[in-house]
Design a protein around this ligand. Sequence first.
Ligand SMILES: C[S@@+](CC[C@H](N)C(=O)[O-])C[C@H]1O[C@@H](n2cnc3c(N)ncnc32)[C@H](O)[C@@H]1O
Length: 299
Amino acid sequence: MLARERHLISRRSLFPKKWIGALHQARVAVRYQSQRRKQIQHSIAVKQFLRSLSHRNTPVQTSKDMEVSLDRSVISRALEYMLLMALTVYLGKQVKKPSRFVGRIFARMMNSSHSALTDWALAHLPIDENAKVLDVGCGGGKTIEKLAKTASLVCGIDYAAGSVAESQSHNRRLIAEGKVYVERASVSSLPFTADFFDAVTAIETLYYWADVPNDLREVLRVLKPGGHLVVVMESYKGGRNDWLLGPVMGLIGSNRLSADDYRALFHGAGYMEIELFEEPANGWICIIGQKSRVPRVGD
Ligand SMILES: C[S@@+](CC[C@H](N)C(=O)[O-])C[C@H]1O[C@@H](n2cnc3c(N)ncnc32)[C@H](O)[C@@H]1O
């Protein structure tokens, strides 16, 4: 109770008791109203602050708060970007050289994802039933299985442990029958004698070869005179998928070549009758070169 009210009460004889009670109640009501107003203002301020935290782009009250919020959003975006890049490079490396455990899963997945592309490429090269065929960079072994439906012997090589393991497991029945043979080796040094194969296939692998001119010559060595090399890829410089796959290939240090580059490389390595097929709807490219039937001077 205020001093003024106490003073009035002390002069009870001058003012009726009812007046003094009403005056006290009015003072209490005014004080309650002002407290309530303060509570409402406080809760509005809290709500505004929470809203500014949940909407990153909403400006925050002070410049210091704004700097802290911007720093956080830049750092979190940089982290997200770095994580995405690391994941892309990791996946790219598993496709380039599948490891024994995780890579085997990728090799198996590529068996189905490259199946239509492989069928399109093989349609350009009839293989007869006595043919001996080598699949370079055989991955999960599906192309070996397809070739073995016609050819008399199919060999597969791959420099990755995961690919060799998956190819052997995928073709175990054909291996047991003696129709298929799979070995770990690099295209740069093929474990076969010269003039042995009627055809060599290279599905989605030439991008990754370390020394394409020499590797093409090494393939030529194991081909019989008149034998063919078939190379196919789902991305090439100037092709439909280049905008997406080109930068990823660049990140993992792969070759990015155009149709003209392939023609020139085949020609430089000594292939004849070079044919180039493009499938614009899917962005695929297939290059076929033949080993001369007549030995070249110096061979
Ligand atoms: C994208 S995968 C394609 C696999 C398979 N040809 C397919 O179509 O599913 C590329 C394969 O080529 C193999 N490879 C890459 N460079 C190679 C090289 N220099 N010698 C042998 N194999 C290689 C990789 O290990 C991998 O299995």
